[in-house]
Design a protein around this ligand. Sequence first.
Ligand SMILES: [Zn+2]
Ligand SMILES: [Zn+2]
Length: 255
Amino acid sequence: MRYHIDTIPVWDAVKLDTECPLCALRRQIERGEVDRFLGGSVMEPDTRVQVNARGFCQRHHVLLYAQQNRLGHALMTHTHMKETRGKAEKILQAAADGAGQGGGGLFRRLGKSDADPLTAAADTLDSLTSTCILCDSIRDNMQRYAYTLLHLYTHDSAFKAAFETSRGVCLKDAALLLRMAAEVLKGKDRESFARLMQKQTADNLKRVEDDLEWFTLKFDYRNADKPWNNSRDALERAVTKLRSWCLGAEPDGKK
Ligand SMILES: [Zn+2]
Ligand SMILES: [Zn+2]
């Protein structure tokens, strides 16, 4: 697969010196996409069709809702609901028709004729309610950034030095980078990158774990007068390292 290279945002994110530059990039894309989707009147018909088909996950409904554009949010939800209602009716009809006989026509077409029609309906409803156009868009953009990061790592010695001395990435983005490295890196680059991930992740998880431990010890009255060191935001940073950014100050420093 070919990816577009986009070096400036990746360089900027590494210069931020955060717990994970990829989390900072993901959040930038997310904020931009939330704004873009709520600019409903300018939404291209193509995008509209995709919104109708896929809708938004819970996290992204919460973010859309927080923007206080109830009309834009309601218009997208309305057309998505219309489309989803049609699909849900077919699924539930097939479940009802198949309930007494062990197989419905829709599920046979879906290649699920062996499944209990009620379980098959449940599985199909689960997939119907697991799609998110915003998550998909973020995922596509993150592939491009992961590719760019590896491109810079192998082609730009200044970037390589900056990344090697950075605080590394979160575990989720270590997975993103390793998967991309498996696809695009060869020979020595592949090995050196895997070694960097191993050492950098081990060192930085331990650093944040120690900060978090000191954060908990600060709750002991005997430590009340001792300095916080780097521990004030250790809980937020630990969650970032473990699960990717979701708590605390914006990961790209935006107010
Ligand atoms: Zn991350
Ligand atoms: Zn989503």
